[in-house]
Design a binder for this molecule. Structure first.
Ligand code: HEM
Ligand SMILES: Nc1nc2c(c(=O)[nH]1)N[C@H]1C(S)=C(S)[C@@H](COP(=O)(O)O)O[C@H]1N2
Ligand SMILES: [Mo]
Length: 389
């Protein structure tokens, strides 16, 4: 027997389950998922790189926890939608390229180019996102920037794609083709028989998306921990809270956070406070989540000194922001707290976590904890707070 290898053509794809209606329904679901990812991702980007016009509210304290948890969960749930959507249009990838008329060829080339861009950007976003939450930092500084730029490319090509296909989509949704079409005039080719319906396929896809979402939610919603096999963090760590970067990984030396520890407060005056000085100031206790940009989040009880009380020790004037610095020279060793958040009564320089002195890995001797703020900006191992007018 001689087997001739050739690229497939449109007719090789025989499943009678494919239809414009099925593709349209999957497309709407995927478009919604990508829109949610884009908007929640954009929020996260703006909080971390705020332009002048942008002010993220100081509350409710759980808001970022919800937006970023939604980002990662929706992105994960989009994976089966993307897979089935691509399957539903697979024959089109092998459509013969029109030859002859230049205009038709150009239109076809532009169309195929846009679709290629759309698919490439979608795979790229999902893959980089997945690697990031799996803590596979293959390109640690590179990830957010490229993921961010690709998000614009993706959402742009989604908008273009929807605009071009809207008429087909609307007419396909008006038509009722839930049942497989009647058998064609000629006898069905082998492989064309099917025992499932389009409705089964859609329900199965929806269940897959839901299972992935629930399996992802465990490090965000404690009640789901037991069934969340895809949760990115175990939820355990010292003092019941996961750690992204340990003191050892951040290169914190014992002498920096030992008996000689001082927190420098720099305003119109400068003061250096030892841990004993900090402990002697009025202590407050708040319940606030750590909400990592990677999607996991966890509530904890924090005790420490109000940032506004510390600012009051060195500056009596209006200020625009407080600049925090850490013994950690890494990318999360610095952060800026805008004045509204710095004045918030729940914004603390925490010394204790869940009833104990902060663990070294949670930022001992002192770390920031503030409401409605990405975990990456909750700076640990603080060395200096500068008040900027
Ligand atoms: C499985 C899917 C996805 C996962 C797991 C994921 C994960 C993440 C993570 C962990 C971040 C935080 C990065 C950081 O600040 O360090 C992020 C940010 C972001 N994501 Fe995704 N993502 C996914 C899909 C998408 C999609 C489909 C889009 C766009 C439609 C998107 C757009 C964004 C944007 C705009 C940011 C902000 C980047 C920045 O701060 O500069 N993501 N994503
Ligand atoms: N100095 C410093 N602070 C830091 C980090 C860091 O690497 N260095 N990681 C941040 C990140 S990404 C998160 S999610 C939180 C996690 O806090 P935890 O380790 O106490 O749970 O700390 C933040 N503070
Ligand atoms: Mo984080």
């Amino acid at each position: 027997m001689i087997i001739r290898l050739r690229p497939p053509n449109e007719q090789d794809f025989r499943s009678p389950l494919r239809s414009e209606r099925l593709t349209s329904i999957l497309g709407i679901a995927l478009g919604l998922a990508f829109t949610i990812c884009f908007l929640t991702g954009l929020i996260s980007h703006l909080i971390q790189h705020p332009p002048g016009w942008f002010a993220w509210p100081t509350g409710p304290s759980w808001l970022y926890r919800v937006t970023q948890g939604l980002h990662v969960t929706t992105g994960m749930a989009a994976i089966p939608l993307l897979a089935v959507k691509l399957w539903s249009v697979a024959p089109k990838f092998w459509r013969r390229f029109p030859t002859g008329r230049a205009r038709a060829m150009i239109i076809e080339a532009v169309e195929r180019g846009t679709i290629l861009l759309l698919i490439g950007a979608a795979f790229f976003e999902v893959l980089t996102g997945l690697l990031n939450v799996a803590e596979a930092y293959l390109w640690p500084f590179f990830f957010p920037e490229v993921h961010y730029l690709m998000a614009w490319l993706l959402i742009g090509s989604v908008v273009l794609h929807v605009a071009v296909r809207l008429p087909i989509m609307i007419s396909a949704l008006r038509r009722r083709d839930r049942r497989p079409p009647p058998p064609p005039a000629e006898p069905r080719a082998p492989g064309a028989e099917t025992t499932i319906t389009r409705r089964h396929l859609l329900t199965g896809t929806a269940i897959a998306a839901a299972v992935i979402a629930i399996a992802t939610l465990g490090d965000k919603i404690p009640a789901l921990r037991g069934v969340s096999v895809l949760a990115q963090r175990s939820g355990t760590g010292p003092q019941g809270l996961p750690v992204n970067r340990t003191a050892a990984a951040a290169g914190i030396r014992a002498d920096q956070v030992g008996a000689d520890y001082r927190l420098a407060l720099v305003g119109t005056r400068t003061v250096e406070l030892s841990l004993a000085d900090l402990t002697a100031l009025p202590q407050r206790t708040v319940e606030l989540p750590i909400a990592c940009v990677e999607g996991w989040s966890q509530l904890a009880t924090w005790t420490g000194v109000r940032l506004s009380d510390l600012i009051g020790l060195v500056d009596d004037h209006d200020f625009t922001e407080a600049r925090l610095a850490s013994f950690d020279a890494g990318p999360y060793g610095r952060s800026v707290v805008a004045s509204a958040l710095a004045r918030h009564p729940e914004t603390l320089i925490a010394l204790r976590l869940n009833g104990e002195v902060l663990d070294h890995d949670h930022g001992f001797p002192a770390r920031l904890i503030a409401p409605n703020r990405p975990g990456a900006l909750q700076t640990k191992w603080l060395s200096r707070i500068e008040i900027v007018r």
